[in-house]
Design a protein around this ligand. Structure first.
Ligand code: ADP
Ligand code: MG
Length: 327
């Protein structure tokens, strides 16, 4: 891409008019100048989505733009941070105007929905890849960290699990007999809902949290490792959507256990809180219309086990539980 093309492209597609008061200088200079409030810490995260690796090549530009922000917004949610500023490093195979137009429109809308200002970036030519760096603001005392779980704490998840993994399988099944189920699971894959607003309330009662991007077992495993704890997961209490449940009437050969325990891309939150904060946590969830389910207990076992209603460990069919033992 020539310098002129690059410059006009940035002007046209990535110089938005929305302004936050804490941005002195946004897109256009060598660096952005930002004014964080004194009493806050900065929460910084970056994620890259590569075409054909993190999303199928046929994914629409508006879904790609949405998801490239959603995954980083979900990281901020996992810490309980308030999103503030974004930078965008975009590698494009060519300057396809229709693609850029759709990408830019969706990116701008998503930024606006979460009160984030795009303050800089980089534009290069190469295989399609999108890197979004997000900075959020958080109180040092209430931030949720992976190393703060304690034996006796309860484990909760927001929303439902497994839909995005099922959506990925249904993408290629164009003749799937129930198009409503298919669409709703593909939507969960392409348009995950980062729990940003709820997380900023949850910090008041949760010690730690993680967003579920690699599957419950793997992500809870990170908490257990950082906190040097073990946990039990109540398999029968794991929340699933109606679409997920109903799909099995058409697809009984799929590994539902694997999708539920190890399916990535749901971007729900897994939260850990002490029992005395439970009532407050549920009342926040209810007031914000967020489904919250108790799914397990932190213990001193040093292991993560998945148990049935009788307390017996269930047999895990799949071998895909990479982080199951975390020693
Ligand atoms: P430099 O050569 O100093 O890195 P660039 O030509 O890469 O500058 O970028 C010019 C300005 O445009 C900078 O302020 C940069 O942050 C911004 N920018 C470049 N690409 C993007 C993008 N995709 N989104 C937002 N801002 C961008
Ligand atoms: Mg540059």
């Amino acid at each position: 891409m020539t310098a002129t093309t690059e410059f006009s492209l940035i002007q046209k597609y990535f110089s938005y008019d929305e302004r936050r008061d804490d941005v002195t200088l946004g897109v256009g200079d060598d660096c952005a100048l930002l004014n964080p409030p004194h009493e806050k810490q900065l929460a910084v995260t970056v994620d890259t989505l590569v075409s054909g690796v993190h999303f199928p090549e046929a994914t629409s530009p508006d879904d790609i733009a949405y998801k490239s922000l959603a995954v980083s917004l979900s990281d901020l949610a996992a810490m309980g941070a308030e999103p503030a500023w974004a930078t965008l490093a975009l590698t494009l195979p060519n300057s396809n105007e229709a693609w850029l137009e759709a990408f830019s429109k969706s990116f701008k809308k998503t930024l606006n929905d979460y009160g984030v200002q795009l303050v800089g970036g980089d534009t290069t030519q190469g295989p399609l890849s999108i890197t979004v760096q997000l900075t959020g603001l958080v109180d040092a005392e209430s931030v949720m960290r992976r190393d703060a779980a304690k034996a006796g704490d309860k484990i909760y998840v927001t929303g439902s699990l497994g839909d995005a993994a099922l959506g990925l399988k249904l993408l290629d099944m164009h003749d799937f007999p129930d198009p409503v189920i298919r669409e709703s699971c593909i939507k969960r894959l392409n348009r995950p809902l980062p729990r940003v607003e709820f997380a900023q309330k949850a910090v008041e009662c949760c010690a730690c949290a993680i967003d579920i991007s690699d599957g419950l077992i793997a992500d809870l495993g990170h908490i257990l490792k950082a906190s040097a704890c073990g946990a039990k997961i109540y398999y029968d209490q794991l929340p699933t959507s109606k679409a997920f449940d109903k799909s099995s009437t058409h697809l009984n050969d799929l590994d539902y256990q694997q999708m539920l325990l190890a399916g990535g891309d749901d971007y729900e939150l897994c939260l850990v809180a002490s029992a005395e904060n439970e009532a407050a946590l549920f009342s926040f969830a209810e007031s914000m219309d967020v489904l919250l389910t108790e799914v397990g207990l932190i213990d001193t076992s040093g292991e993560l086990s998945v148990i049935n209603t009788d307390g017996e460990p269930i047999e895990l069919i799949s071998s895909g539980y990479e982080h199951f033992a975390h020693e």
